[in-house]
Design a protein around this ligand. Structure first.
Ligand code: AKG
Length: 309
């Protein structure tokens, strides 16, 4: 089954009249009901989006030695490549790297292909601009006001997960990436072709996501669920292999600075709605990962107050 995603017209968020408010209401409904939406009229040019996807593709096609130099068991590295799942049933390889502030991180990024830093850098800067505007809209939609987090958003992190999946050779669904929700506040996803599936929170049925050309797909992450005190929900998603094409996707994850704690907004906590989540930072999530090898528990579940330790 496929699902029609809520669509947010980004250009209307730039207006000050009722059209912004109408879009803010759409943002509220989307975040509350399904935890994701798509963005049109975001102002990022086709050439910047295609440039980033082709740079990603060229990186994965570069010689094994130039990729292997980024392999590391240390998940705190500024750049990390992992192809350990390639060839087994799960078959995603990925490159993850920080992207903001760009001048701080770009020097660690791959030199191969030569255009990688320029093209991925351009995309990173533009997607962050969109992410910050969306975060302001989301904070407004929660009734907290656009400026709620002050300068903390500007000081926040941006992590790019650049994914590569082979074409499926089998009939039926082949997983490329296990079901998970994202940490941070929001993730903006740009894929080269279909393969993303979102779990419908009501029916628990997997729905394939149709993403028209030029649109961006946005996921609500664990830290937004926590900040909103459960009003908005983190969305469980997975990637399946495409039967017609190999696939690349770029996930841009946005959150507060590494050690900055996220807690349920006081304004959303009262007697009827007690705080539901423990405070946590991006760093806490990174610390959680190695201790959770069995994948039995999601990070957001570990944050719920009253959850078993
Ligand atoms: C991730 O990188 O966390 C994703 O969920 C990627 C999903 C996709 O490739 O469509």
């Amino acid at each position: 089954e496929s699902m029609q995603m809520p669509v947010i017209d980004f250009s209307k968020l730039q207006q000050t009249d009722g059209s912004r408010l109408a879009v803010i209401r759409d943002v509220e409904t989307a975040c509350r009901e399904i935890g994701c939406f798509q963005v049109i009229n975001h102002g990022i040019s086709k050439s910047v989006m295609e440039g980033a996807l082709s740079a990603a593709n060229d990186f994965f096609e570069s010689p094994a030695e130039s990729k292997a130099m980024f392999t590391s068991p240390d998940i705190t590295k500024p750049v990390r490549y992992d192809c350990s799942n390639e060839g087994i049933n799960k078959s995603r390889s990925y490159l993850k790297h920080y992207a903001h502030p760009l001048e701080e991180w770009i020097k660690f990024w791959p030199r191969e292909p030569p255009s990688y830093r320029i093209k991925m850098g351009q995309y990173a800067v533009e997607i962050r601009r969109v992410a910050l505007c969306l975060m302001h809209a989301i904070l407004q939609s929660l009734g907290l006001g656009q400026a709620y987090l002050g300068t903390k958003l500007e000081e926040g992190i941006q992590l790019l997960a650049v994914n590569s999946y082979p074409q499926s050779t089998q009939t039926g669904v082949t997983l490329g990436l296990d079901p998970h929700s994202d940490y941070g506040f929001i993730t903006i996803l740009l894929p080269s072709c279909p393969g993303l599936e979102v779990m419908d929170p009501k029916t628990k049925v997997w729905m394939s996501v149709l993403q028209p050309e030029d649109t961006l797909h946005v996921h609500i992450g664990d830290h937004l669920e926590a900040l909103s005190n459960g009003k908005y929900r983190t969305v469980v998603h997975r990637a399946v292999l495409n039967s017609e094409n190999s696939r690349v996707s770029i996930a841009s994850i946005h959150g507060l600075a590494m050690n900055e704690k996220v807690r349920s907004a006081e304004e959303l906590v009262d007697e009827q709605n007690p705080a539901m989540y423990k405070e946590s930072s991006f760093r806490d999530f990174l610390d959680f990962l190695p201790s959770n090898d069995t994948k039995n528990k999601s990070y957001i579940d570990s944050l719920r107050i009253g959850a078993a330790e």
